[in-house]
Design a protein. Structure first.
Length: 369
């Protein structure tokens, strides 16, 4: 247990470690949510309707539930965005509905100058409506009349998507809860980089090699460090949850322990990521550069900084191979459904990611012996 205690001492006595563990995550969340809340009023959204179909008309009605709609011409898009008349513009090209009915996948183009929390519900509503229309078109099998009948039923019936509320909670509050977990997850990844640097320090100052000559098995040394890093991650999660829940009074869903469980599973992934980076790096500088190049793209493609739905389909497909995507899916299911069982599949995938990363971390142990 000496190595475990030493791990705690090294991580907790450093001011940088304490900053990464307890101060930085809630500070980033409060600042980003504070900035976002200043612009969460009723947004102005432009709509360019070249299709002039019933689908376009119904899409406009859906968007009006979340924004003030301004009808534009195609040549007015740049001027409306740059002049601040609208924050977001959707464009329906001519023949959009016809392509949809024929089984193709036309794109609802969107244009914006800068990202804002206020337009996220609008984007989600538009994406959800277009996805539903595509599914209805597939079921209609090219029959225009059947498609429009089902589209009308979707618009009027109980199957319509409601972005505003879930379990009686405002949709914006839910989005902030999910976003806060994304920021926490990104900080956990950066903390894992710091833990990998500690493993490399042991290699550089020859501590690791002295341990190899002692009766202590190498696996024991690694496990004690892993347990130490994991406990520190759990301390970080606990501290951030306490600050968000009791200090900032941020809604974290109806089942906070379930959300804590999801983040704890991701903590195992983060520790495994740190071990893998340490094993595959020759020195601290290389480990820092490698982790920095990986963490930011993982956060962006995984939906930690914005909803994955607003990214191009290619990036969404790439994100499937990243643990950050499965974390955000699990967080979304738990926050909305209030049950950890709703995220059982995603958590299983995260556990598989951790196993693969641990195996990757032990792959090069022969090279460092």
């Amino acid at each position: 247990m000496i190595i475990l205690k030493n791990c705690f001492k090294r991580m907790l006595r450093s001011k940088l470690s304490l900053l990464l563990i307890l101060v930085l995550p809630p500070l980033m969340i409060s600042l980003l949510l504070g900035v976002g809340n200043n612009g969460t009023g009723y947004p102005n959204v432009g709509l360019v309707d070249q299709d002039e179909s019933l689908l376009a008309k119904q899409l406009k009605e859906v968007l009006e539930d979340h924004a003030s709609i301004t009808m534009l011409q195609e040549e007015e898009i740049n001027q409306a965005l740059s002049g601040g008349r609208v924050s977001l513009v959707f464009e329906l090209e001519k023949g959009f509905t016809e392509e949809l009915i024929n089984g193709n996948s036309p794109v609802l183009h969107s244009y914006k100058i800068q990202e804002s929390n206020s337009i996220i519900p609008v984007q989600l509503a538009a994406d959800a409506y277009v996805r539903a229309a595509k599914n209805l078109a597939i079921m209609a099998e090219g029959d225009t009349e059947v498609f429009y009948e089902r589209l009308q039923l979707y618009q009027e019936g109980p199957l319509g998507l409601e972005i505003i509320q879930s379990n009686g909670v405002d949709g914006g509050i839910i989005e902030r809860a999910i976003f806060s977990m994304g920021i926490l997850g990104m900080n956990m990844l950066f903390l894992s980089m710091y833990s990998s640097i500690h493993l490399l320090k042991d290699r550089e100052n020859r501590t690791f090699y002295r341990i190899q000559t002692s009766p202590l098995p190498q696996w024991n040394y690694l496990i004690q460090n892993i347990v130490g890093f994991l406990v520190i991650m759990l301390i970080q999660i606990s501290g951030v949850f306490f600050i968000l829940n009791f200090v900032l009074d941020l809604y974290l869903g109806v089942d906070v322990p379930a959300l804590f469980g999801v983040m704890s599973v991701f903590a195992v992934v983060c520790v495994a990521f740190g071990v893998a980076v340490a094993s595959l790096s020759r020195n601290k500088r290389q480990a820092g550069a490698t982790a920095s190049m990986l963490i930011t793209p993982m956060a962006m493609l995984g939906g930690m900084l914005w909803p994955r739905e607003i990214m191009p389909e290619l990036f969404q497909h790439i994100g499937i191979f990243l643990p950050t995507t499965w974390l955000m899916d699990a967080v979304t299911h738990v926050v909305i459904n209030g049950s950890i069982m709703a995220a059982a599949w995603e958590m299983s995938i995260l556990i598989l990611f951790s196993i693969v990363l641990f195996l990757l971390g032990s792959w090069r142990k022969v090279l460092i012996s």
